[in-house]
Design a protein around this ligand. Structure first.
Ligand code: CP
Ligand code: NVA
Length: 342
């Protein structure tokens, strides 16, 4: 049985979250439970990250991810700094290693949205503060956390859930598949043969599912979504990807319309990471229907990410007390400096 590869890290390095396997089942369940608690009582978390800071570097556009991380961090009492790398990719002005070794001196975590997953791996290899994947071409783990939070809110139990992703089997599909496999869900990727998930990631997810009691399958037939709990769609052409008439044509039979939702059944939810391309991967009749939970998913980005940030950045109480004592004594020393030499 293959063991899914977690993100490589140097000894003593921070916990990075570049994909769901970096968290694992127990941590994901804890993050989802904390996210629900924060959503219910936001004030309970309002001081959790006071004095902490986040640097967010984006090589691609964003609405949900940027706003939910920025507002989320401020709700936790911390600060977020946005770095626009849409014009200049990471690694061009200075090496990624040097970039990481600068950032780690100022901030407590790095959030990155990148063209190449390898960029995040390089940042993570050099950063002593956690690196969080805010979307790469391979994974979108924060989206999947919000999506499972939404499914649980809708009364679905991940261990019995049947989730169908319809469309292009790239980043969003692969993170959903990985999270589903970890949590014991049944996951079906319904794609044209040319848009299947990455074979290695698929094999890793099958191995995870074998251990969790879940199931991971692929199909090229829209009829195979009969009886699922939720139908999930994403863009046909992802950010940074060249447009392709051939790809659009291959994806035409995978548009989620009222007929597809009829096949899924009357209790199926409709999900989408957004932004939606209405008239392409989904029609208004579906995304604006009562089955659609897309704006709950968008809202839950905030709560799920805040729970993740609390997990990665909150200090154990013993260290927190020690820090306060040292701050009282030394006045100007920063939280991160104190933590590192604790
Ligand atoms: N779903 C999502 O990540 O949205 P943005 O691209 O707007 O951040
Ligand atoms: N697959 C899409 C997801 C957007 C949130 C993209 O990468 O553009």
């Amino acid at each position: 049985m293959t063991t899914p590869s977690a993100t490589p890290r140097r000894p003593g390095a921070a916990t990075h979250v570049l994909r769901a396997t970096d968290l694992g089942a127990e941590a994901i369940r804890e993050v989802l439970a904390d996210a629900a608690a924060i959503k219910q009582d936001p004030r309970s978390a309002s001081e959790s990250l006071r004095g902490r800071s986040l640097v967010m570097l984006f090589e691609k556009p964003s609405l949900r991810t940027r706003v939910s991380f920025e507002i989320g961090m401020s709700r936790l009492g911390g600060t977020a700094v946005y770095l626009d790398h849409r014009e200049e990719r990471l690694g061009r002005r200075e090496s990624i290693a040097d970039y990481a070794r600068n950032l780690e001196r100022w901030c407590d975590a790095i959030v990155g949205r990148v063209h190449e997953h390898a960029t995040l791996e390089a940042l993570a290899a050099w950063s002593r503060v956690p690196v969080i994947n805010a979307l790469s071409e391979k994974f979108h783990p924060c989206q999947a956390l919000a999506d499972f939070m939404t499914l649980i809110e809708q009364g679905r139990d991940p261990s019995t859930l049947r989730l169908a992703f319809v469309g292009d089997g790239n980043n969003v599909c692969q993170s959903l598949m990985e999270t589903a496999a970890i949590l014991g869900s049944s996951f079906l990727a319904v794609t044209p043969p040319s848009c299947r998930p990455d074979p290695q990631i698929l094999a890793e997810c099958r191995s995870l599912a074998a251990r969790s009691g879940g199931e991971v399958a692929c199909s090229d037939s829209i009829e195979s979504i009969a009886g699922v709990d939720a139908v999930y769609a994403d863009a046909w052409i992802s950010m940074g990807e060249p447009d392709s008439a051939a790809k659009r044509q291959a994806l035409e039979p995978y548009r989620v319309d009222a007929r597809a939702m009829e096949i899924a059944g009357p209790s199926a939810l409709f999900m989408h990471c957004l932004p939606a391309h209405r008239g392409e991967e989904v029609l208004d009749e579906v995304i604006d229907s009562p089955a659609s939970v897309v704006f709950d998913q968008a809202e839950n980005r905030l709560h799920a990410q805040n729970a993740l940030l609390r997990r990665l950045l909150s200090l154990p109480p013993r260290i927190e007390v020690k820090m306060r004592r040292r701050r009282d004594l030394a006045g100007s020393r920063t939280a991160s400096e104190t933590t590192r030499d604790s």
